[in-house]
Design a protein around this ligand. Structure first.
Ligand SMILES: O=C(O)CCC(=O)C(=O)O
Length: 319
């Protein structure tokens, strides 16, 4: 592929060294800091187990009765879901009704997305191959940012009472909505084998808030070739010192699996509508889509003031 006009975050994330990857995130960090100075102590301390545990002690206890009805997910007991989250870091078994996931998928096809987090790369998912030629780069993701709010079905999921109920039981009474985003992960003909192996095996933990929970929903069928999500069970509550005293959140699979055990990594595949919720302080990753695209929705809860920009997954990039 010819030289790229300017690099985007996905390219840097795949091919850059540690320092370059961190440097690319500096504009986002500075924006977070200006928007909310309380972000800094979180960013420094929430990666350590003592810092995190101290914050968990402040969680407001929730005692209300389990949700009985009114959710599109049926009769899932939020307290039991929260208990399972505490044990494993992930709870599977959420399913979107067909009319909901079909409508969100339709939105995903009909609404232009932004390639590799960059608003300059706007295209329709069906035009992915053309877009790679037009923008002269491989494009592995396409986000809708705030456009997701134009999709009634996506907003209905965001507002379903089960989600905050689980979040409150797990995170405490302070739990609030902090993200809603939809994005495509595309297989790309131009990724090299090195790209594929690098992107596929980058376990990371999220550091956007002291205590977080993310609900993920697959909106098309996701098998092993469509970039399934991987989560390391138990990694939300135990962390080797090396992975606490580090500036970077991504670590090699060998290091992560050697500590937690290979059998603790679960790969979530499933038909359109499959949903799960996880504590994203646990190690997780989205693998690169090999043959099929994946269309995914995330609804996140945290305990701090949400960042308006990150609400839809948008980083700050240099022009
Ligand atoms: O694409 C995925 O499956 C994972 C997304 C992710 O890593 C995140 O939201 O932190």
């Amino acid at each position: 592929m010819p030289a790229k006009p300017s690099e985007d975050l996905e390219s840097i994330a795949r091919s850059g060294g540690t320092l370059r990857r961190m440097a690319a995130r500096v504009p986002t960090y500075l924006t977070d800091l200006r928007e909310n100075p309380a972000w800094l102590p979180m960013f420094v301390l929430a990666r350590t187990m003592p810092g995190r545990r101290a914050h968990w002690w402040t969680a407001r206890k929730v005692s209300e009765a389990p949700l009985a009805s009114g959710s599109m997910f049926g009769n899932i007991n939020p307290r039991q879901a929260a208990d399972e989250l505490r044990t494993h870091g992930i709870f599977t078994g959420l399913n979107l009704p067909p009319e909901i996931h079909k409508e969100i998928l339709k939105f995903g096809y009909e609404t232009p997305c932004f390639g590799n987090f960059d608003r300059r790369n706007e295209f329709l998912a069906s035009e992915h191959a053309d877009a790679e030629k037009r923008f002269n780069r491989s494009i592995i993701s396409g986000h809708h940012f705030e456009r997701v709010l134009n999709c009634k079905a996506a907003v209905a999921v965001q507002q379903d009472p089960l989600l905050p109920a689980i979040a409150r039981h797990y995170l405490g009474g302070e739990a609030k909505l902090i993200t809603t985003r939809t994005w495509w992960s595309f297989p790309t003909m131009t990724a090299t084998d090195a790209d594929l192996s690098r992107a596929s095996f980058k376990f990371h933990f999220d550091l956007d808030d002291w205590r977080m929970l993310k609900f993920f929903f697959y909106l098309n069928d996701v098998g092993s070739d469509a970039g399934p999500h991987v989560y390391v069970r138990g990694s939300h509550k135990r962390r080797r010192l090396k992975h606490q005293l580090t500036l970077v959140v991504g670590h090699p699979a060998e290091e992560v699996l050697a500590f937690y055990g290979k059998d603790q990594a679960i790969t979530v595949t499933g038909a359109a509508g499959t949903g799960f919720v996880e504590d994203p302080f646990g190690f997780h990753m989205g693998t690169l889509a090999k043959r099929e695209p994946r269309f995914m929705m995330e609804i996140g809860f945290g305990v701090s003031k949400p960042s308006q920009r990150r609400f839809h997954g948008e980083p700050v990039i240099r022009g």
